[in-house]
Design a protein around this ligand. Sequence first.
Ligand code: ADP
Ligand code: MG
Ligand code: MG
Length: 199
Amino acid sequence: MLDADFFRRWMTAAAAAVDREAERLTALDSPIGDADHGTNMLRGFRAVTAALEKEDPATPGAVLTLSGRQLISTVGGASGPLYGTLLRRTGKALGDAAEVSEEELAAALRTGVEAVATLGGAAPGDKTMLDALIPAVDALAESFAAACEAAEKGAVATTPLLARKGRASYLGERSIGHQDPGATSSALLFATLAEAAGE
Ligand code: ADP
Ligand code: MG
Ligand code: MG
């Protein structure tokens, strides 16, 4: 079973990964965006770790809803509301249980990813974070490690795609040949989930 501490470890590991990879995320956002994805994620996840320390939420659901709220309120770019919705809706789906099973987390994350798709109006293959998030939740039934691998594969597979949503879509054909920054940060999110689980 996964308790609040597990989710706190996940968010802390995600913040550390964003810290390490911020430059790379911004560099990916440079040819097909406005070169701020790393900065956006840094600002958001610093607010997440600060809020978790200050408020010390007691349940898995509360850890994720608090984290999601921070991302929505501190990140100006598209990724803030999208990741914020992912975490908030996942947290809401977990309810107020003190511990949740891996199956419950997988189902809750699916609800969260569906909310991201509804909010952003993107479909698989549109070269967005969904191209990493959807294969990751699909593989979560198997293991955290499988989800991590699927997210990374999904992120890499955005390179030849034509962007149909977000800033990159303004470039049309010129968006082809670049890995999507949001799909790349989504892979980090699932890598750190596996890390928190010790896989
Ligand atoms: P902005 O584009 O506002 O500067 P970021 O650079 O932080 O925001 O985030 C860009 C990422 O957000 C993209 O790489 C993409 O993965 C994701 N994104 C943008 N629009 C959408 C959307 N409508 N649906 C899903 N993901 C999206
Ligand atoms: Mg950007
Ligand atoms: Mg921006």
